[in-house]
Design a protein around this ligand. Structure first.
Ligand code: PLP
Length: 382
């Protein structure tokens, strides 16, 4: 039994195929968290503060090195959502406000911020879930926000080209890399974005810890005000134990990335091939390049709620890829932007493979899916 399974009882006997929603903490992250759980306030001047600050500085350096950034550019936040809010709104404020360019397939953590700023020009998205025309970036804007990889489909976006075209127009770019960091190579300086968001719980770190990479200039304005921690960009006492756990998780994720990418993509491809064979009328929204663990299906005539509950009853955990806080399933804004009908999109299922999965998990999922789809369709037809 691997260490991760031993210390994550929620996986006992379960086939967990929802790693894009969150992935279990790595053992190295749990160990780092426990080791530093007693660490005090890194902002204090006394010995306890200096000790906490040393742990914080070490984590900052290791995260910077793993992501191709300088330590001073690493700003810790309370979530990926917060990092995105600061990046988008903060850069917009630093520019003095004005026109925004973004994509209609952003995660709500970006989409809702962009909508609140007004004057947005949306980049078009093709049926494959990829931004298809970047020309709106050639006109200067206060900020542009483009995600690295989509959380529902896994489609990797032309983010380098987007940053370079926006840069030529003098527009600072925020990149939501929450699904990318720890899964595919990310190098902040090579990308050239002004800010980039990541989230520890997507790569085996703790939930509730985000990372914002922010260049010295243009630096985002803060969205909350307070004691001026984290370069004044994110006030609030830093959770040093969680940050140390994040550094440990990220280093391990990056170290095993090449090997894990291949293994996980192999399992994911087996899921796709098996579903296509078992349910020939399935729609597979897969674009290359794609994140290694993502598989996205639409089962027209079935309802995602029913699919999820029927699979859950068999100990198999997946998601619709789009959920709202009230628990009421709505058509995914991502699939809508890709041009799918409501009937197709309401039967969407996101299966995301991760490091705890084995081929046995794939077999269990594939054994369950034909009957689950049939029953979900029958329930939908009532
Ligand atoms: N951005 C993307 C692409 C995501 O997938 C998520 C989480 O699912 C977020 C942002 C929000 O991150 P967090 O859960 O850390 O707030």
């Amino acid at each position: 039994m691997c260490a991760t399974r031993a210390c994550t009882p929620n996986l006992w006997g379960m086939v967990y195929l929802d790693h894009a929603a969150t992935t279990p903490m790595r053992q190295c992250a749990i160990d780092a968290w426990v080791e530093h759980a007693g660490v005090l306030n890194a902002g204090s001047q006394h010995a306890a503060g200096r000790q906490a600050n040393a742990v914080l500085a070490d984590a900052r350096e290791r995260i910077a090195s793993a992501l191709g950034a300088d330590p001073v550019e690493v700003v810790f936040t309370g979530s990926g959502t917060e990092a995105n809010n600061i990046g988008v709104r903060g850069l917009w404020s630093a520019s003095g406000g004005g026109r925004v360019v973004s994509t209609p397939i952003e995660h709500p953590a970006v989409l809702e911020v962009v909508k609140s700023l007004g004057q947005t020009e949306w980049l078009p998205v093709g049926r494959d879930g990829v931004v298809s025309d970047l020309s709106a970036l050639d006109t200067p804007a206060a900020v542009a926000a483009v995600m690295w990889a989509n959380n529902e489909t896994g489609a990797i976006q032309p983010v380098r080209e987007a940053v370079s075209r926006a840069g030529a127009a003098g527009t600072p770019v925020h990149v939501d890399a929450v699904q990318a960091v720890g899964h595919i190579p990310v190098h902040f300086h090579e990308l050239g974005a002004a800010t980039l968001a990541a989230s520890a719980h997507k790569f085996g770190g703790p939930r509730g810890t985000g990372i914002l990479l922010a260049r010295r200039s243009p630096a985002p304005q803060p969205v909350i005000l307070g004691g001026g921690q984290e370069r004044g960009i994110r006030s609030g006492t830093v959770d040093v134990a969680s940050v140390a756990a994040t550094a440990a998780a990220l280093e391990e994720a990056v170290a095993e990335m090449g090997q894990e990418q291949q293994r996980v993509a192999g399992l994911r491809d087996a899921v796709i091939a098996g579903v296509k064979e078992a349910v020939p009328e399935v729609i597979v929204a897969k674009h290359e390049p794609c994140l290694p663990g993502h598989a996205h299906f639409m089962f027209p005539g079935a309802n995602a709620d029913a699919l999820i509950m029927l699979l859950d009853a068999q100990g198999i955990q997946v998601s619709a890829g789009s959920a709202c806080a009230s628990g009421v399933l709505r058509m995914s804004h991502v699939l809508e932007a890709m041009g799918y009908s409501e009937r197709e999109a309401m039967g969407a299922l996101r299966v995301t493979v991760g490091r705890t999965n084995t081929s046995e998990d794939v077999e269990k999922f594939l054994a369950a899916i034909p009957e689950v789809v049939e029953r979900a369709r029958a329930a939908g037809a009532l």
